[in-house]
Design a protein around this ligand. Structure first.
Ligand SMILES: Cc1ncc(COP(=O)(O)OP(=O)(O)O)c(N)n1
Ligand SMILES: Cc1nc(C(=O)O)sc1CCOP(=O)(O)O
Ligand SMILES: [Mg+2]
Length: 198
């Protein structure tokens, strides 16, 4: 059963602030750091999540996840080019995959992932995307096509949008900006948890 609330953070410090609010699934999405800093943060996040019984997902850096015995990675389409899926499988590392169109979804499902993500469901401020917002009809379509594979919705999500996205068929909702930019990110995290529990 996929956790409904999926928090994504850009630094281990944020993870340490927000996971104790009750987060059960958190992605560490580090960009632009050298290998030493990257691994330092992954180790800290791994050990912190173990204590707090949260599932850590490492974005992009599947080799570091393997080396540091992290159990879950998220890979985008470009990340998938270099990923050693047999090695991940041998090590029992679970993986989620990004998808944005039907070819990507077909390719992702052929790898039997632990989830597929569809985005951006709504416009996102986080990064420039070459896909227009997918909308809720596409969420519903993805759910039908993904079958038993859990579906994560991502992109421009706010607590107000959660009920519609879940009603359309998403199993889980992933968020960066709405929490990252909140005046009180701890309170906003608790609000996400409350909305996702209802
Ligand atoms: C849950 C989830 N879905 C999608 C993404 C995006 O992954 P990717 O396309 O590889 O882009 P970056 O996040 O690496 O910029 C994600 N990280 N998590
Ligand atoms: C990192 C990312 N990947 C996406 C995809 O569609 O693959 S959308 C996205 C940004 C999600 O963040 P926010 O909650 O800030 O919009
Ligand atoms: Mg990536």
């Amino acid at each position: 059963m996929m956790e409904k609330f999926y928090l994504i953070v850009g630094h281990v410090g944020r993870l340490e602030l927000l996971v104790p609010q009750g987060v059960r699934l958190v992605q560490l999405r580090i960009k632009g750091q050298d290998d030493t800093e990257l691994r330092r943060q992954i180790i800290r996040a791994r050990d912190f999540c173990a204590v707090h019984r949260a599932q850590l997902v490492i974005n992009d850096y599947w080799q570091a996840a393997l080396d540091l015995r992290c159990g879950f990675v998220h890979l985008g389409q470009e990340d998938m080019e270099s990923a050693d899926f047999p090695a991940l499988r041998r090590a029992g590392v679970r993986f989620g995959l990004s998808t944005h169109d039907e070819d990507e979804l077909e390719r992702a499902l052929s790898l039997d992932p632990d989830y597929v993500a569809l985005g951006p469901v709504y416009p996102t401020l986080l990064k420039e995307m070459k896909w227009p917002p997918q909308g809720l009809d596409r969420v519903a379509r993805w759910k039908r096509m993904a079958g038993n594979t859990p579906l994560v919705a991502i992109g421009g999500l706010t607590t107000d949008r959660v009920p519609g996205v879940i009603a359309a068929g998403a199993d889980s909702v992933a968020v960066v900006t709405d929490i990252q930019q909140a005046d009180d990110p701890e309170a906003r995290t608790r609000e996400w948890i409350r909305v996702c529990a209802s």
